[in-house]
Design a protein around this ligand. Structure first.
Ligand code: ZN
Ligand code: ZN
Length: 117
């Protein structure tokens, strides 16, 4: 038996577009207006719920995904690059309109200083 220590499935996975309490900063995220809310707008952390396709919610990992870097794409805008703390999978999420831009800027500055990912 492999007991998962973080077995608290009282909150919905982050990918669903509805309000949720962030597991990282414990703040309440309201439902997104335009896009799917798949990460916390305050601390930008996400949760590993998707397996192969964004939104499939097929992953059994459910680890916290740390925002490691920011990519800018002229079509998609800002994308947050994530690393899952549990299984080390990398993923990208498009930043939402109401994400904390200060934090996004900070992450960009950090990666410009030579944070290699
Ligand atoms: Zn948060
Ligand atoms: Zn994971």
């Amino acid at each position: 038996m492999n007991q998962d220590q973080s077995e608290q499935k009282n909150t919905h996975p982050v990918t669903i577009n509805e309000g949720f309490i962030c597991e990282k900063c414990k703040k309440e995220n309201p439902k997104a207006t335009k896009t799917c809310r798949n990460h916390c707008k305050f601390c930008l952390y996400s949760k590993h719920v998707d397996d192969k396709v964004p939104g499939d919610r097929a992953s059994t990992c459910l680890g916290l995904m740390e925002p490691l870097g920011i990519d800018y794409n002229s079509k998609k805008g800002y994308q947050i690059v994530y690393l899952c703390r549990k299984c080390k999978k990398r993923a990208r999420n498009i930043a939402a309109d109401d994400d904390d831009m200060d934090l996004i800027t900070k992450i960009m500055q950090r990666q410009n200083i030579g944070f290699d990912f």
